[in-house]
Design a protein around this ligand. Structure first.
Ligand code: FES
Ligand SMILES: [Fe+2]
Length: 382
């Protein structure tokens, strides 16, 4: 049931059951700056978070950076061709090492060198060399050159971040002892690994800053009860009543059937439908019914009332055909329609009038998102 902020109702925890009356996350979790700070560890520091696409760093020494919460990392391909992730933090005195480098414009380095005092690391993170001033001590009257200890390459290596992959998708996890990625991904892993995702190239990236909490957008992405009223062009070709929402532990998928059969060559997956996969906490994979390609969304919080959406589109070739251009324009239109909805919802949540919202029976995917958030906060508190 809806709980207004009338000073009478107690806000309660999300109940595990969608039919229960307290089935939504209390509104303050979408508007409170302290919650945003807490989520940097409780959510983005504990779960597997998407870092980027391995195809964008095909050669040894290719790298890009990514900021997740307050943590900056370097994702790179080492000499053995493996993808590894490291904190972008020098082992000497903690300087950030490389400048921000987007996945769409990766850098390449034979070694990673910190610009501050030129400590240099191998592509596997081990310390490779330091300038002479770290081997001799001419400026230190208390120390003879021969007493300067040699720096151990491994002990002074970069700090590695747990990383793992599903096909070409690279995920990282900052927890000390994370659950396996396969466990968090559940069925998503099997589904994605059955598709030739690595045969497709990044062709377009659209980045938007949106005025709402990241979970508001996540919730909107996860249901289609708003589609009839708000995406009229898009729903025209869909059998909305035939769509299905499937929920796994940390992953849910919306299947939309197309009214008319689309040419089989038109898509990467076999079903005559579009599939929208949401993967807790902030990653989505879009399998289109009407384009031979797929897309990903990264839903990165900026603060409690803003997030950045990174929409990446993968096609057979990185050069778009006219049809693919048109497809991306249509997809962008959908995004903009959704941005209006979520920004309007955020205004309502920020007004302070509502204490706890009411989810409908088809919003069980949204319920899952809220429940996972609540569980993350509680595990972190405990
Ligand atoms: S902080 Fe990186 S070399 Fe000194
Ligand atoms: Fe929508």
């Amino acid at each position: 049931m809806t709980r207004w902020n009338n000073g009478l109702d107690e806000v309660e925890r999300v109940s595990p059951d969608i039919t229960d009356e307290t089935n939504a996350l209390p509104a303050r979790y979408f508007t409170d700056p302290d919650v945003h700070e807490m989520e940097k560890d409780a959510v983005f520091g504990q779960y597997w978070v998407y870092a980027g696409h391995a195809n964008c760093i095909p050669d040894s020494g290719d790298y890009f950076t990514r900021t997740i919460g307050d943590r900056e990392i370097i994702v790179l391909r080492n000499h053995d061709g493996e993808v590894q992730a490291f904190y972008n933090v020098c082992a000497h005195r903690g300087s950030a090492i490389v400048e921000e480098t987007p996945m769409t414009d990766p850098g390449n380095a034979r070694r990673i060198q910190c610009p501050y005092h030129l400590w240099t690391y191998d592509l596997d993170g081990d310390l490779a060399s330091t300038p002479r001033s770290f081997e001799e001590a001419p400026l230190n009257p208390d120390l003879e050159d021969e007493d300067v200890p040699e720096l151990d390459a491994e002990e002074n290596s970069l700090m590695e971040v747990h990383s793992d992959r599903i096909g070409p998708f690279v995920f990282v996890n900052f927890a000390d002892d994370p659950m396996p990625l396969a466990e968090q991904a559940g069925r998503l892993e099997t589904e994605l690994e059955s598709l030739p995702l690595e045969e497709y190239q990044l062709a377009r990236r659209i980045v938007s800053e949106v005025e709402c909490n990241w979970k508001v957008f996540g919730g909107n992405y996860s249901e289609c009860d708003h589609c009839q009223a708000n995406h009229q062009d898009w729903v025209e070709n869909l059998e909305l009543l035939e769509s299905e929402l499937e929920v796994d532990d940390y992953h849910w998928v919306l299947h939309y059937k197309h009214k008319e059969d689309v040419d089989d060559e038109m898509r990467i997956h076999d079903e005559h439908e579009a599939q929208f996969h949401y993967f807790w906490p902030n990653f989505a994979v879009n399998m289109y019914g009407t384009a031979d390609g797929y897309g990903t969304y990264i839903i990165d919080p900026i603060d409690e009332g803003r997030f950045q959406l990174v929409a990446d589109y993968y096609f057979r070739e990185s050069e778009l055909t006219e049809e693919e251009e048109q497809f991306v324009r249509t997809s962008r239109q959908l995004q903009e329609e959704d941005f209006e909805l979520v920004e309007r919802q955020q205004r309502g949540l920020q007004s302070g009038a509502i204490a706890q919202a009411q989810l409908g029976p088809n919003e069980h995917t949204v319920h899952r998102l809220h429940l996972l958030a609540q569980e993350a906060y509680e595990t972190y508190d405990a």
